[in-house]
Design a protein around this ligand. Structure first.
Ligand code: NAD
Length: 298
């Protein structure tokens, strides 16, 4: 069993750290937010007075932070976590961050004599609580092999996507599909409404035809056909529009850097930007159907 420092005990990090404890590991956490520390303590997670104190004795360090600048800022430099950790520590970054920052994270880890993987997740807070997350992992075979048993304590599907940054690349490509497909499904339901088609009829056809996709069959944006979807509870997330927009923006930054043509990814980013700007950041991302409907009526 490993001694694990867990940095970033927010909505995702808190339950993920709990699951490492349930698997028998010793976990020492840290977060900058007093509220996150209080809720971690309520879960039975030991909390260090600072991040450096948490990592000093650790075999493994997991970071679950908001963005690339937080990960690079916390880990790099003379006062960072790479400098504070003992040589040969395994660093697992499970935050969703830009590919360029993920590569910087790996290079700095290697220069400091540590192993590293980028290991972003899908499955949301529910998956973090239930230890059913999917991990998309980038790094060497050796680092992946060392990280895998720990990731299995927090998730049920662990995919080695390739070298440094490949996990982040897989995450943003997947979520670009998700953003585009939710808009496509929403536009189809709104068009169906205009054509006098019932939601159930469109669902029954499309869910068993070539329009079938996760945004339709698991997260259906109209109430009724899929009783567990956020549309049935006034678009309480779920997966908030702000997080969808964050991931779409990351996909567009990566597409610009890599020179990939992503016309629909760019359009989805523009639509979610407008949706979020109208006070909908905290709504589930499937709530964009209400915005599509409003635009249609103009
Ligand atoms: P969150 O804001 O709830 O948690 C992030 C935590 O990091 C906060 O508690 C914050 O205080 C802490 N933090 C920031 N800088 C720090 C530092 N230098 N040292 C210590 N703590 C620091 O966010 P979350 O929902 O837990 O998401 C975390 C990451 O997971 C993000 O990158 C997000 O995009 C990704 N993600 C979230 C979801 C989701 O459904 N919430 C799903 C998949 C991926």
């Amino acid at each position: 069993m490993a001694t694990i420092a867990f940095i970033g005990l927010g909505n995702m990090g808190g339950p993920m750290a709990s699951n490492l404890i349930k698997a028998g590991h010793e976990v020492i956490g840290f977060d900058l937010s007093p509220a996150a520390i209080d809720s971690a303590k309520a879960r039975g997670i030991a909390v260090a007075p600072g991040a450096k104190e948490a990592v000093a004795q650790a075999d493994v360090v997991v970071t679950m932070l908001p963005s690339g600048k937080h990960v690079v800022g916390a880990t790099g430099g003379p006062d960072g976590l790479f400098a504070a950790a003992k040589a040969g520590t395994l660093f697992i970054d499970s935050s969703t961050i830009d590919v360029a920052s993920a590569r910087t994270f790996h290079e700095a880890a290697k220069a400091a004599g540590h192993a590293s993987v980028d290991a972003p997740v899908s499955g949301g807070v529910g998956g973090a609580e239930a230890a059913t997350l999917t991990f998309m992992v980038g790094g060497t075979d050796a680092a992946f092999g060392a990280a895998k048993p720990l990731l299995e304590a927090m998730g049920k599907k662990i995919v080695h996507c390739g070298g440094a940054g490949a996990g982040q690349a897989a995450k943003i490509c997947n979520n670009m599909i998700l953003g585009i497909s939710m808009i496509a499904v929403s536009e189809a339901f709104v068009l169906g409404e205009k054509l006098g088609l019932s939601h159930q009829a469109l669902y029954d056809v499309a869910s068993t035809s070539s329009g079938q996709c996760w945004s339709l069959t698991t997260y259906c944006p109209v109430p009724g056909p899929v009783p567990t979807s956020p549309a049935n509870r006034d678009y309480v997330p779920g997966f908030a529009a702000a997080l969808m927009l964050k991931d779409l923006k990351l996909s567009q930054e990566a597409a610009d850097t890599a020179g990939a043509a992503t016309a629909l990814g760019a359009a989805a980013t523009a639509l979610y930007t407008a949706f979020a700007a109208e006070g909908n950041e905290g709504k589930d991302f499937s709530g964009i159907i209400e915005w599509v409907r409003t635009r249609t009526d103009e």
